[in-house]
Design a protein around this ligand. Structure first.
Ligand code: T4K
Length: 401
């Protein structure tokens, strides 16, 4: 364990970790099950186009999230695009900026205008009042994001959408397996989109899924993710190829088999982070509601620039020097990135404030409790000696300039 500033790798100490410790390492799986499934698919000679493994994954996801329909896709970004197209969205779509760029990019990729609304500083998700204030005659929908797996104010957003006659969907890339008010994420709005990217709590290498209780929408999604086949000759949306392969589904099913263990592991890690970092002035951890089912996929630290003498960016650099690959999820916020920054400048005070503070710390089944103790040791040392570290880092930088 590190005790003094000189022990920090940024100032010449030994790296705390020999190998990089990541936020998004794929969760552990039972490889023999994966290989059995891959062998089965090869023997079955059916590799994609709605094969049996993809169908099985869809059934399990639908059952787990309590919805009638699930369409598995090649990734969540394509799923968002497919959903936007299948739901016939036009004009403007209101999205948060405190998210991964994919949420807004999916809208823009289809030639629509993403309109950024601010977040509620408590939930860090869309602020329903700010959303309502940004609705114009061109607005066709809201896409909320359950950021870090913490649910949006779903009831309030449903009311805003209903009052204004617009559609509501959720980008639930972070919220697989989560509940709010005892209800499963997956059943809110017109549809919800999950990501099964390699870095997610359930992964299919690349993959995603759209879940919905809307029979008509499900039928369009299924047809349009397969070139529009099945919609008849008149099909303005034309269709795309957003299908999940059998290899991806084999991985997704195998990852799903270990989902319970991954949640238990993540939860133990989150609780340890809370015990180790819970009472340090200037540092906060984003909390999860213990009354709800969570996946604890992300542990997010907040470094408050007003009460900490160490800026988040310096903590980030300091951790990376130790081989702790913390991630700035999400900074800059999407409206602070191009092309939005130049083409649709907007001020979102709560989003900007949070984007300056957040840092995702290593989680997942490849990160042990001992790893977490050592990460916390560095974070504690850094924050408690923030002023001196900031001075030394500035001196180091001016000497190397
Ligand atoms: N909506 C939201 C709210 C999202 O967060 C995302 C994706 C999407 C939509 C779109 O979902 P997909 O279309 O991807 O299904 C990563 C992921 O690529 C991205 O899926 C994820 N969100 C985002 C939060 O994280 P980057 O740019 O941070 O990826 P990268 O390559 O820097 O990797 C992140 C960390 O994971 C690194 O520390 C390395 C580690 N890693 C990564 C991969 C791919 C591994 O250890 N192994 C791996 O195989 O976006």
């Amino acid at each position: 364990m590190k005790r003094t500033i000189e022990d920090l790798a940024l100032f010449g100490g030994r790296k705390a970790f020999l190998h990089p410790l990541y936020v998004g390492r794929p969760n552990k799986i039972d490889r023999s099950r994966l290989f059995d499934r891959l062998n089965w698919a090869l023997d079955n000679q059916w590799l994609t186009n709605g094969g049996p493994l993809a169908r099985e994954l869809e059934d399990r996801v639908a059952e787990l999230t309590g919805v009638r329909h699930c369409v598995a896709t090649c990734n969540a970004t394509a799923a968002l695009q497919l959903l936007i197209r299948s739901a016939g969205l036009t004009g403007e779509v209101i999205v948060p900026s405190m998210t991964f760029a994919a949420t807004a990019h999916a809208v823009r990729w289809l030639g629509l205008d993403p309109v950024f609304a601010d977040i509620d500083p408590v939930t860090a998700c869309l602020d329903p009042a700010d959303v309502a204030a940004r609705i114009t005659p061109r607005t066709s929908a809201i896409i909320g994001v359950h950021l870090w797996g913490r649910p949006c104010a779903v009831d309030e957003l449903e009311k805003v959408a209903a009052d204004n006659g617009i559609q509501l969907f959720f980008d639930s890339a972070h919220a697989f397996g989560v509940t709010t008010g005892g209800r499963d994420i997956g059943g809110f709005g017109g549809a919800e989109v999950f990501s099964f990217h390699a870095t997610k709590v359930v992964n299919s290498f690349e993959g995603g899924a759209i879940v919905t209780d809307d029979d008509g929408l499900a039928e369009r999604l299924r047809a349009l993710h397969n070139f529009g086949i099945g919609l008849g000759e008149v099909n303005e949306a034309a269709g795309t190829n957003a299908k999940m392969s059998e290899a991806a589904a084999a991985m997704g099913l195998t990852s799903l088999d270990s989902f319970g263990e991954a949640i238990a592991h993540n939860m133990a890690g989150y609780e340890l982070y809370r015990r180790e970092l819970g009472r340090i002035p200037g540092l906060g951890l984003i909390e999860y509601d213990a009354e709800e089912r969570q996946n604890y996929q992300y542990v997010i630290a907040r470094v408050d620039p007003e009460t900490s003498s160490l800026h988040r960016d310096l903590l980030h650099a300091l951790l990376h020097a130790e081989n702790v690959i913390a991630m700035k999820y999400f900074s800059p916020a999407v409206h602070q990135m191009e092309p939005y920054r130049s083409q649709a400048p907007v001020s979102l005070p709560h989003t900007e404030h949070l984007a300056d503070q957040v840092l995702a710390l290593p989680t997942g089944t490849t990160v042990s409790l001992e790893d977490i103790r050592r990460v916390c040791n560095i974070v504690r040392l850094a924050i408690t000696h923030g002023a001196e570290i900031t001075r030394r880092a500035a001196r180091q930088q001016s000497q190397s300039a």
